[in-house]
Design a protein around this ligand. Structure first.
Ligand SMILES: *Cc1c(COP(=O)(O)O)cnc(C)c1O
Ligand SMILES: [Zn+2]
Length: 558
């Protein structure tokens, strides 16, 4: 098999064949080139073949620059799940939020797509040494695949990369070179080192395999949305989301993803190209600054000030120009930033409410969606796919704080073997106080689940639920809770009715009530509620933190 790819120079238009060993245009020496395929001719082959191939990124081999279908070094990368973020959806007021769970790649981040394809292309070109600069994940991922391919790897890392990630790089047998300096400086040193020794240097967004690998994210998203939303036998029309959102550093991901959607569109497989939301960490957001000033070139950030080292590219160079051009003229979309704190809060939310432990860089994308929903840039009915780029390593100690465990102290001599009685006695040291009772009344099951999770993650409560006003009222009368959380729009007896009944009943009329509702209140309704409630949260526009602080205040927990 030979690949269908041809390489086109973006400067002089020269067409050549692909080899990882020759990254520059043979005519004008330009490094910015593009992979092109005879899309019209390939469409049927592309669609037919994938029906019979396993769900990993190699099923799209007809649109990849490799001469084999699936290289030996493959660890079945790609083919990650597309999952529904239902609790986040309730909180943000958008039922169509999905995320591509790229944590489930072999080394825990979406860099595995890039590493697998690049290392396979290096093998095909007979290259056996590789130099790279990285903020962590590229080095981990390339190191794993380089070890499978017996390629020697030199990784230049800034000293800010967390120790656990450096150790992970080293364990694969990569030579780690720690640079005390910014990521941009580290990149320059790596490139000089490679030039001096005449070694292959990974070029990120300038590299054909890197860009091509990221296309597969777009292909998978469209295929998976189609399977989820319109499961039928006709598979030559796929669904594109309204938005693709990703946290970026250098910006390679969105460059490749846009190319992927564009190719599907050009083949007539999808009807639109999604808007792209590029999210950066505020302390290192040269693209966002340039976008907001309407500038096609970004000024480098010389001293990035974010703890999210994964996203610390201060100088995006030409990659921003490419994204600016595409997003302003082809795809639509925007650039936005979030603070480290917003990302850390989102990490807590995702782990405690969605069961997802993600690294801070991945949380930046989710926090970006939250911000874009609040700003009204993303509409409540738009379908959003977030790239959940990477898993947390044991590096996020700093965000957990203390007091997260209940400690059992087996007081007696450590030498004595445990017996059942000793363990039970030790367990009884954990005091079960009487916990405050809270009743959640809401007819929307998803909303009850979310509120329950928010409360469970803050303290110990005895929680009760009711799915309508009448059942809720009954529970209030029987349990006499310390707090009521009430929805307004419910069948039979609505929230206003419940409040009226509470007011009439001496035995319960002093119980504090927090309203969590999707209803836009009219002036007269606001007056009706006044004096009878203690807090009001708008569904789709409240943070877990807001509800938690309201609850602690009312229950005097602190
Ligand atoms: C590399 C990386 C990013 C940024 O991706 P780019 O498209 O290269 O800017 C985001 N999150 C994680 C976890 C990463 O490893
Ligand atoms: Zn050229």
């Amino acid at each position: 098999m030979t690949s269908n790819v041809k390489i086109k120079c973006t400067l002089c238009g020269n067409i050549s064949s692909f080899s990882a060993a020759k990254p520059r245009c043979p005519v004008c020496d330009n490094i910015w080139q593009e992979a092109v395929y005879p899309l019209e001719k390939l469409k049927d082959l592309f669609l037919n073949e994938i029906r019979n191939l396993p769900f990993d990124l190699w099923r799209y081999h007809n649109l990849l620059p490799l001469n084999t279908y699936k290289p030996k070094i493959s660890m079945d990368e790609g083919g990650t799940p597309l999952l529904h973020a239902s609790n986040l959806g309730v909180m943000l007021g958008n039922k169509n939020i999905y995320f591509k769970d790229e944590r489930q790649n072999p080394t825990g981040s979406f860099k595995d797509r890039q590493a697998a394809l690049t290392i396979a292309a290096l093998q095909e070109a007979g290259i056996n040494q590789l130099v790279l600069a990285s903020t962590g994940n590229v080095a981990i991922s390339y190191s794993a695949y380089a070890s499978r391919a017996a390629i020697k790897c030199w990784a230049f890392l800034t000293s800010l990369v967390p120790y656990e990630k450096m150790r992970e790089v080293a364990i694969y047998g990569t030579q780690v070179i720690k640079i005390t300096g910014s990521y941009d400086q580290t990149k320059r040193i790596a490139s000089e080192f490679a030039e001096q020794r005449n070694l292959f240097h990974d070029l990120g967004a300038k590299s054909i395999p890197c860009v091509e690998s990221m296309k597969t994210i777009a292909f998978e998203i469209s295929e998976q949305l189609t399977l989820t939303l319109s499961p039928s036998d006709i598979r030559d029309k796929w669904i594109a989301p309204d938005w693709y959102i990703q946290a970026v550093s250098g910006g390679l991901g969105p460059v490749g993803v846009i190319k992927g959607f564009q190719e599907l569109y050009d083949m007539g497989i999808i009807d639109k190209i999604p808007k792209i939301g590029v999210i950066q960490a505020e302390g290192c957001s040269p693209m966002v600054t340039a976008w907001k000033a309407n500038k096609p070139k970004a000024d480098p950030v010389l001293n990035p000030s974010t703890h999210i080292e994964t996203l610390a590219t201060g100088d995006p160079g030409k990659t921003y120009e490419i994204l600016y051009e595409k997003i302003s003229t082809v795809t639509g979309g925007t650039f936005e930033s979030v603070t480290d704190e917003e990302a850390y809060q989102m990490m807590h939310f995702l782990s405690k409410m969605e069961g997802l432990s993600v690294e801070a860089a991945a949380a930046v994308s989710f926090a970006g969606v939250s911000k874009l929903m609040r700003l009204g840039t993303i509409k409540p009915d738009e379908m959003v796919v977030i790239n959940c780029t990477g898993h947390t390593m044991p590096v996020q100690n700093d965000i957990l704080g203390s007091g997260w465990s209940m400690d059992i102290n087996l007081k007696k001599s450590r030498m004595e073997p445990f017996n059942q009685d000793g363990l039970l006695a030790a367990l009884s040291e954990i005091k079960y106080e009487k916990y405050p009772k809270i009743i959640i009344i809401d007819d929307d099951t998803n909303a009850r689940i979310l509120i329950k999770r928010i409360l469970q993650s803050m303290a110990n409560f005895e929680l009760f639920e009711a799915a309508n006003g009448l059942a809720g009222l009954e529970k209030i009368r029987s349990e006499k809770p310390n707090l009521i959380i009430l929805d307004l729009m419910m069948p039979e007896l609505d929230g206003f009715g419940v409040l009226d009944e509470i007011q009439k009943d001496e035995s319960i009329k002093d119980i504090p009530v927090i309203i969590v509702s999707a209803k836009e209140l009219t002036e007269s309704e606001k007056v009706r509620l006044k004096n009878h409630i203690h807090g009001l949260m708008q569904k789709g526009d409240f943070g877990s933190i807001d509800l938690q602080s309201e609850v602690s205040e009312l229950l005097k927990l602190t």
